[in-house]
Design a protein around this ligand. Structure first.
Ligand code: GLY
Length: 349
């Protein structure tokens, strides 16, 4: 089963069409306090919907919030013929997707991502979940939204850091797709956003993700390609969190992409030209990670305990070149340390 992804500039009209065609007996909308204030007023077709509000932030993507959403869906008299519309970033679409997929064994839901990161990643592809016992996305199911409505019209209120964070996932998709897409993404001026061009780039980015997810919806193999940059990226993110200086997810992924491109170069001959172009773009747009060689053992320990590692070894997706990837590569800790040295050189640390 595939998911309908709609690209548009008029979200209200698009959503209204879907709701009118769906014959739902109740419509509920999940928002956080930010999207309640900033986005819901732009969606008058939801004026009669039951509003369910949660506190923003990944910390609140937890069991208490899930129970709150279930409770309000119950209070609204939701049945299997009801619809939940998730309006927000990845925390809202992850939590709302799980709430909908489990309420009465599953009701329809629509995702309207309001951040670039959610538009190109969390809201598409059917992963839902909450954090549990300090572990990210520990509880969840695979469940596809009926539709995902993607529009750049919400992004002008996003801080530049948020936009860059989402853009890193787009670079990842481009590296998995082809050198042509990779160059196209790195040519785009993040300091002066052309919204129409961005929507076009988002469309091809989501298509790359969809092509992979459709072949392997439950991540038995191929979908692991989407973890490119994430083994190192998650470790850098966890280290920054541990030091009380959190970094946006996409920044850590951008540094992770460079490090994993270095390992790809060392072990599979990934072209050095492409590596340098990537490193320059990441350096100029994301700066450098706060890492010294004293942090390597801690970073490696994070990587060995990552969800993607099943046996305590470091597991990465690597590239022979853009568009030609291999999954499930085991990386010896010494190779990783060398790659982290090179990352720091490339980022000027
Ligand atoms: N975020 C990677 C995936 O959806 O598989």
């Amino acid at each position: 089963m595939t998911q309908q992804v709609l690209y548009c500039n008029n979200v209200d009209a698009t959503l209204n069409n879907i709701i009118e065609g769906g014959n739902y007996n109740a419509v509920m909308v999940l928002v956080d306090t930010n999207t309640h204030k900033l986005v819901l007023p732009k969606l008058p077709c939801l004026r009669r919907a039951h509003i369910i509000e949660i506190t923003p932030g990944d910390d609140n993507k937890n069991l208490d919030s899930l129970v709150h959403v279930w409770q309000l869906m119950h209070n609204a008299g939701a049945t299997r013929k009801s619809l939940l519309v998730n309006v927000g970033g990845g925390s809202v679409t992850d939590l709302g997707g799980l709430a909908a997929a489990t309420f009465k064994r599953g009701i329809a839901f629509i995702n309207i991502p309001t951040t670039l990161l959610a538009a190109v990643d969390a809201a598409v592809g059917g992963k839902t979940g909450i954090n549990f016992n300090g572990l990210k996305n520990e509880i969840g199911v695979f469940a596809l939204a009926t539709s995902v409505i993607v529009s750049t019209c919400f992004f002008h209120t996003l801080p530049p850091k948020e936009l860059k964070s989402g853009y890193a996932e787009m670079i990842k998709h481009a590296m998995l797709r082809s050198q042509k897409h990779f160059f196209e993404l790195l040519d785009f001026d993040l300091g002066k956003i052309d919204k129409n061009k961005l929507l076009e780039l988002i469309r091809s980015s989501v298509k790359t993700k969809e092509d992979i997810v459709n072949q392997d919806p439950t991540e038995q193999g191929l979908r692991k390609a989407l973890n490119l940059g994430h083994t190192v990226g998650h470790a850098l993110e966890s280290l920054a969190m541990e030091h009380g200086k959190p970094v946006p997810h996409g920044y850590a992924i951008a540094w992770g992409l460079v490090t994993e491109a270095v390992i790809s170069h060392m072990t599979l001959g990934f072209p050095s030209d492409d590596l340098y172009i990537l490193a320059r773009f990441v350096h100029d747009n994301y700066g450098a990670p706060a890492v010294t060689c004293d942090h390597y053992d801690r970073l490696i320990s994070f990587m060995q305990h990552d969800k993607k590692s099943s046996n305590g070894e470091i597991n990465c997706t690597l590239l022979k070149k853009c568009g030609d990837f291999t999954i499930d590569n085991t990386i010896p800790p010494d190779t990783m340390k060398t790659a982290l040295d090179i990352l720091r050189d490339l980022m000027g640390v």
